[in-house]
Design a binder for this molecule. Structure first.
Ligand code: ADP
Ligand code: MG
Length: 244
């Protein structure tokens, strides 16, 4: 088997005296979709943020596409370009149109010229079903549309992996489905994805694996059928019972 796309080894992260990640080992293969679930404060966001070095690990190693991010000599900007991230809050630039939101990072970071960036922007807006909103400003869009723009913006950078941190948690319930549909499409296309989510139906139907975290450790890691359908640990059962 080839090397995993994402590899986390003995990862620890402390904020002061608070040890938030207490030894995480995780491998995600190319094209695999892994959903990370667990109670609030269990370290899910911190883990995701360590995978693109938005947080610096205290100890341990992170590899993406075979490159060690935690190597002090790594060109972190070059590695980050290969990793797309989508947050709960969409973080669009309010003073830019949808197209400009997609072209700006391509031009700044990838040094694409205006025409090339506009073409890639249009392609990715079409992928998320928002071609007709190209000239709109974020404030005129629904939350679900804004989140789809945020996904398109990440895709326009041509990432090898996509990280999602509770991408539907800030949305009105009727808007969640459209965002999940876009994520499902990406999964079907073979994107490597790590998704922190409370959407158990999505996890059951789309994830290859589900990871349950609690207290800064991985308690269970298996197929959705194993972890959601037939959890082995009390902590997992307790967490799932409160979601239903
Ligand atoms: P989750 O995403 O599972 O809710 P987080 O990873 O956000 O959990 O947080 C885990 C713990 O780490 C919490 O106790 C939180 O207060 C703490 N934490 C997260 N980020 C920071 C930070 N930048 N500074 C200090 N503490 C933090
Ligand atoms: Mg979080």
């Amino acid at each position: 088997m080839s090397r995993p796309e994402i590899e986390v080894r003995a990862l620890h992260k402390s904020f002061g005296a608070n040890e938030v990640l207490r030894g995480i080992d995780l491998e995600i293969g190319r094209g695999e979709v892994v959903c990370v679930i667990g109670p609030s404060g269990s370290g899910k966001s911190t883990l995701l943020r360590c995978v693109n070095l938005l947080e610096e690990p205290t100890k341990g190693q992170v590899f993406v596409g075979g490159t060690e991010l935690t190597d002090p000599d790594v060109d972190i900007d070059a590695v980050r370009r290969r990793i797309g991230m989508v947050f709960q809050q969409f973080n669009l630039f309010p003073h830019l149109t949808v197209t400009e939101n997609l072209t700006l990072p391509q031009r700044r970071v990838l040094r694409r010229d205006k025409t090339a960036a506009a073409k890639v922007a249009a392609e990715n807006l079409a992928r998320v079903g928002l071609s007709e909103k190209a000239a709109a400003y974020p404030s005129s869009l629904s939350g679900g549309q804004q989140q789809r723009v945020a996904i398109a913006r990440a895709l326009a950078m041509g990432p090898e992996v996509m990280l999602f941190d509770e991408p539907t948690s800030a949305l009105d319930p009727e808007l969640v489905g459209d965002v999940l549909a876009v994520m499902r499409m990406l999964a079907d296309e073979g994107m490597t994805m790590m998704v922190v989510t409370h959407e158990m139906t999505f996890a059951r139907e789309v994830a290859d694996r589900v990871v349950f975290m609690d207290g800064g450790v991985i308690v269970e890691d298996g197929t959705p059928e194993q972890v959601i359908g037939n959890p082995r640990h009390d902590r997992t059962r307790h967490f799932l019972s409160r979601l239903l």
